[in-house]
Design a protein. Structure first.
Length: 265
């Protein structure tokens, strides 16, 4: 899962450069700090199995013990935890573009907010993966949509929605067409028609699913999928093909459950 997909890495690097400018450093250090982020892909020598070796900044991709995605159990664990996904308004203007790794939408204003662990998170961007990155009982879905949220301190939370082949979901055409246009285009998305009105969900502590694979990222994966038509899925798949990181070991982590509802603010 990218954060300005597959654009979080440059942002993190920019922050590092800004900080390094506040202290005296040898010229070689400045040169290294200004170097572009290491190239990565979903296959071959620069693929997921080697991400941790491509750059010191990507180290957690290889050694992190709480990496995402993971395989989720067939049934959502019983829980009384409830989460409200609040829509600032039904529709949101923004822009979409091909990041080089996926198609992504950036809202002009926070379109959704949600609370988790006592913190409030606002939507920063939406992107997709084909097939899904998370699997349920070993089975992937046709697609997965990551609603990447951020709190005031810059910590991330990802709301994941799985997509299955079926009838077209109202509102998804706007995202599919804009995200696969091949250029930066304006778009208006109706999140009320995209998100399931209510759903049980899995939640666990994980990471970004793309370099730098930063950890301490809470995940909320809705168990109720949305459906996409064959035409919608074909458009998404044609942009970059298979763009999904393989599942990682769960390790000592626990997977909890909850229920989510979408409401207007």
């Amino acid at each position: 899962m990218p954060v300005r997909p597959r654009v979080l890495a440059p942002i993190a690097l920019a922050c590092l450069i800004a900080l390094s400018g506040c202290v005296s450093a040898p010229p070689t250090t400045r040169a290294q700090a200004s170097a572009p982020p290491a190239h990565w892909t979903y296959e071959g020598v620069d693929g997921p199995g080697n991400w941790g070796k491509l750059s010191a900044a990507y180290q957690e991709c290889g050694v992190g013990e709480e990496q995402s995605p993971i395989d989720l159990p067939a049934a959502v664990p019983a829980s009384t935890q409830e989460t409200a996904i609040t829509l600032a308004q039904p529709t949101s203007d923004g822009h979409a573009d091909d990041t080089g790794h996926t198609g992504q939408f950036w809202p002009a204003h926070p379109a959704t907010t949600l609370s988790h662990g006592g913190r409030s998170f606002e939507l920063k961007q939406l992107h997709y993966h084909t097939p899904s990155e998370h699997t349920i009982a070993g089975k992937p879905a046709a697609a997965e949509f990551h609603f990447v949220h951020e709190d005031a301190a810059g910590h991330h939370l990802v709301l994941a929605v799985l997509g299955q082949k079926g009838k077209p979901t109202p509102g998804m055409d706007a995202f599919v067409n804009a995200a696969t246009a091949g250029e930066d285009v304006g778009a208006t998305l109706n999140f009320e028609s995209i998100l399931p009105a209510a759903s049980a969900y899995y939640t666990y502590e994980g990471s970004l699913t793309t370099p730098p694979c930063s950890q301490s990222v809470p995940w909320i994966v809705l168990s109720t999928p949305i459906t996409l038509s064959e035409a919608q899925l074909t458009k998404l798949e044609k942009l970059h093909g298979e763009i999904a990181r393989p599942v990682n070991p769960i390790g000592e982590r626990s997977i909890s459950g909850g229920s989510a509802t979408v409401k207007r603010g």
